[in-house]
Design a protein around this ligand. Structure first.
Ligand code: ADP
Length: 596
């Protein structure tokens, strides 16, 4: 039997396993039920695709992301790995043809949606197959703590357990919270030793939070500066998607759009245009991206703030799946919170669930306003406490000076306490700057010792300072309909002990937004030539360009300029099948370019 390392090199063209991959593969091969938790882009697929090639029978991959299946199967077929999929997009004839193909014994991997497994006929058919492994992708949907819980999928676990072939089970997810882990281990009967979690840091992502920028011009400038690079702009509301889409196109940017209000066909077309690099940037609601396997997305911009850190991290995770440096920019405006609060309040969910959504929203807001390393804040949220700092987010690279703001913080905290911790941000700020309430019936606070203490500052400045105290965790905001400020334990320490607190001030150096590409240098002209031939082949075969070769692979070609088969195989991402299929055509382009 071939070793996993050999398969990784021969079929996938990669020299080394990434963190966690081999640990997972070894457990799976030893027949142990395993859970693998890795960030998006971490390389989860290989963890079941390599065992699939090592087992004599079939590996069944269950994935709720129907739109991803075709790309996955295309990608495998490109590497001469026989795979097929079953989902609701197929008609009866296509289904039965595929079933016969599987029965012939040729197929190594079957992809199917969870709903399909619950179909009695299909399940009966599956029961007759020699299935060695069931891989459950996006397994967080099985946990009530996951952000996308689907209770009906739990029924599928019973069905898997009852398959006559008694296959091993591997569950994979990028959702890292402890509660999801524990829940999955329980549901799938996996012991603690067989839960493999890799670090959650995405070290090729530079995170930026921009406050008080004019959003539309910002996006336009950004898209112009990143011409010929792929990006996604996430927008909360459909009508804003339409508006930004028109604005960018009017200003010469090749932009596409995607939201649930468009017809299926329009959405499919726009998605294809993005996959095939025909548009640079796609403006979309969060309905877009679940099934997008495009690896060369260089940036994700959030026009509006997501409601949870889970969603935010998943959405920015769509940038840089090829491992190249990429950016995520959050255009923050405090008003986004109110929109989320409104939707939470209006939803049909019970009070407990609403409360948990409120807490998640507060966490997201604190991430947007903290002065801590942004990656550290996120990892801490997911339970990883020993991370130092990323060194490249907008907080780590913030060159502003820190000044001691202990006294001002104490004034704010003391004012909140004197107002009986019963008022919101605006009222507290008005008292601090010495302005009477606008509401005639409101309580008169002018006798308080904290009244007018910050009268040398504007109302807006004081409100911003309160935001800083919120994100530093000195105060918290209740999640009622009329949120009020309360002083936390950490706030009390600032008031009562000698603990000092610092805040960044003065102007910030202009952010460096340009993305520097790949390590080392490569020939940009040759890279563009290689992209062109890739696109021609992609169109001819009707598969997205990145399924043929990733940008990273093309850049390495443009750098090393291989002209023989052995040199071509040295390139990361080139295995035997890709060499056979494409080696000649790409090497011709390289030779012509070099000798021109
Ligand atoms: P995930 O499902 O975890 O989001 P994928 O399985 O789609 O990630 O992998 C992301 C990218 O990383 C793919 O292009 C894949 O081919 C590549 N990849 C996976 N394993 C390796 C490896 N060991 N070395 C280099 N690239 C890898």
């Amino acid at each position: 039997m071939l070793e996993p390392e050999q398969i990784l090199k021969t079929n996938f063209g990669y020299d080394q396993f990434r963190t966690g991959q081999l640990e997972i593969i070894n457990r799976v091969m030893a027949g142990k039920r395993t859970i693998g938790i890795m960030p998006t882009g971490g390389g989860k697929s290989v963890c079941y695709q390599i065992p699939a090639l090592m087992f004599s029978g079939i590996t069944l991959v269950i994935s709720p992301l129907i739109s991803l299946m075709k790309d996955q199967v295309d990608g495998l077929n490109e590497m001469n790995i026989p795979a097929t999929f079953f989902n609701s997009t197929l008609d009866y004839i296509d289904m039965s043809e595929r079933m016969r193909y599987v029965e012939s014994g040729a197929v190594k991997l079957i992809y199917a949606a969870p709903e399909r497994i619950e179909n009695t006929d299909f399940y009966g058919w599956l029961s007759s197959l020699p299935i060695d492994l069931v891989a459950i992708d996006e397994a967080h949907v099985l946990s009530s703590w996951g952000h996308d819980f689907r209770p009906s999928y739990l029924a599928m676990v019973n069905l898997i357990n009852q398959l006559p072939a008694q296959p091993n089970v591997l569950a994979l997810t990028a959702t890292a919270t402890n509660s999801v882990q524990t829940d999955l281990a329980h549901t799938l009967n996996v012991s603690d030793d067989n839960i493999i979690t890799t670090g959650f840091e995405r070290d090729n992502l530079a995170l930026t939070v921009e406050k008080s920028v004019r959003k539309l011009p910002y996006i336009l400038r950004y898209a112009k500066e990143h011409k010929d690079q792929s990006g996604i702009v996430y927008v909360g509301r459909r009508k804003d998607v339409d508006r930004i889409y028109e604005y960018l196109n009017d200003h010469g940017i090749k932009a596409g759009k995607y939201h649930a209000g468009m017809s299926d066909e329009d959405r499919k077309n726009e998605q294809e245009r993005f996959l095939f690099d025909e548009v640079d940037v796609i403006i979309a609601t969060n309905a877009f991206g679940m099934g997008i396997n495009k690896t060369n997305v260089r940036y994700v911009i959030h026009y509006s703030m997501p409601g949870t850190i889970e969603n935010y991290y998943q959405e920015i995770g769509r940038a840089g799946r090829d491992g190249l440096p990429s950016e995520a920019v959050l255009l923050y405006s405090p008003a986004d919170i109110h929109l989320h609060l409104f939707f939470i309040e209006k939803s049909e969910a019970d009070e407990e669930y609403k409360q948990s959504l409120n807490n998640k929203l507060q966490n997201m807001n604190q991430l947007a306003t903290t002065e801590m390393c942004l990656m550290k804040y996120i990892l801490q949220y997911f339970g990883e406490t020993n991370y130092d700092k990323c060194g490249k987010c907008s907080n780590c690279t913030d060159v502003r000076e820190s000044i001691d703001v202990t006294k001002t913080t104490q004034m704010v905290l003391s004012c909140i306490i004197r107002m009986d911790q019963s008022y919101g941000k605006k009222s507290v700020a008005r008292v601090l700057v010495g302005k009477h309430s606008l509401n005639k019936n409101a309580r008169d606070f002018s006798h308080l010792s904290t009244y007018g203490l910050l009268k040398d500052k504007s109302l807006k400045e004081v409100e911003e300072f309160i935001d800083y105290a919120l994100s530093s965790n000195y105060i918290e905001m209740t999640s009622d309909q009329y949120p009020v400020l309360k002083v936390t334990q950490e706030g009390l320490e600032i008031l009562k002990s000698n603990k000092k607190t610092y805040k960044k001030v003065s102007k910030k150096a202009p952010a460096v937004n340009n993305i520097k590409i790949a390590d080392g240098t490569f020939d940009e002209g040759l890279f563009q030539e290689l992209r062109r031939i890739r696109l021609t082949i992609a169109h001819a075969q009707d598969i997205p360009p990145f399924v043929i070769f990733s940008d990273n692979t093309l850049k390495e070609m443009a750098q090393k300029q291989p002209v023989s088969s052995s040199q071509f195989l040295e390139i990361s991402g080139v295995g035997d099948a890709k060499l056979d299929r494409y080696g000649k055509r790409f090497m011709e382009v390289i030779s012509e370019y070099v000798s021109a």
